[in-house]
Design a protein around this ligand. Structure first.
Ligand SMILES: O=C(O)CCC(=O)C(=O)O
Ligand SMILES: [Fe+2]
Length: 272
């Protein structure tokens, strides 16, 4: 059973930072653990390019993609290679992924410039822009917790290494082996960092369980996308740091009928 959720919308450019911080605290982080972020400063054209480049890469033959197979947490993982809900006995999640990590340490793997011109520069620009939006959001989250705006910077949560981009591709059901197994695009999980900023191509599939992870029966609710807005969710680390005031909620992606692309970044304090 599922219903569509009405999630709060947070305006990152609002001049009334204290009222925005109050909405972040109550509606966004306590009531839902999920919210939309608008006026975030990441250009629509850039997002469009990221989706185009993502589709260009995933359309390569598997042998080409495997040349960039994951190393040091960067690069390609194939269809069914990951299973976010490890209690499932199914073969794996029906998605393929490409990870781009922090830019400064030189560990990223990149497609060749002659194969995919501007691929690397597009992802690098996106990485920087989303981190900058995420940093602004964290200062509002600090205010919402009655802390100084620069609290997270001061405790080192914004230090390197920062931020992994995950490009995701969920093939449509017509491109998958039909089997009786219950396979998810991304099986149920919560995210591990502080916050996740997700952009999708608008194809539905994402669902969330509100608030209580352990409550039975589990009621899954659709998280519709809003064009141009990030879907932000609270991760386990921020749940822990707020002594469970803010909720890191369970979510999953149903196997989409048509193919689906998304891109997310878990920006902060992944290793802190
Ligand atoms: O693709 C999506 O909409 C969300 C995927 C997700 O939650 C994840 O990979 O952590
Ligand atoms: Fe997730």
């Amino acid at each position: 059973m599922s219903n569509a959720l009405q999630l709060p919308i947070i305006d990152l450019a609002s001049p009334d930072r204290f009222s925005t911080a109050n909405s972040i605290r109550q509606q966004a982080c306590i009531d839902h653990g999920f919210f939309y972020l608008v006026n975030h400063g990441v250009d629509e054209e850039l997002v469009k390019k990221v989706f185009e480049q993502s589709s260009n890469f995933f359309s390569f033959p598997i042998e080409e993609k495997m040349k960039l197979a994951i190393k040091n947490h960067r690069g390609y993982t194939a269809l069914y290679a990951e299973k976010l809900d490890t209690t499932l006995t199914t073969k794996g999640d029906s998605k393929e992924t490409f990870y781009v990590g922090p830019l400064a340490d030189g560990l990223n793997q990149w497609p060749l410039e002659e194969d995919l011109p501007s691929w690397r520069s597009t992802m690098e620009t996106y990485h920087q822009k989303v981190l900058s939006a995420g940093t602004k959001l964290l200062s509002l989250i600090a205010l919402s917790l009655k802390l100084d705006e620069d609290f997270f910077g001061k405790v080192g949560a914004l230090n390197e290494p920062l931020g992994f981009i995950r490009l995701l591709h969920y093939p449509g059901s017509g491109d998958l082996d039909s089997s009786s197994e219950e396979v998810y695009g991304a099986s149920a999980h919560s995210d591990y960092g502080m916050i996740t900023l997700l952009m999708t191509d608008g194809v539905p599939g994402l669902q969330q369980i509100c608030r209580e992870k352990s409550k039975q029966p589990q009621v899954w609710e659709d998280v519709p996308s809003i064009s141009g807005a990030f879907v932000v969710n609270i991760g386990d680390m921020l749940e822990r740091w707020t002594n469970c005031l803010f909720r890191s909620t369970l979510h999953r992606v149903l196997p989409p009928r048509q193919e689906r692309y998304s891109v997310m970044i878990h920006p902060f304090a992944v290793y802190a």
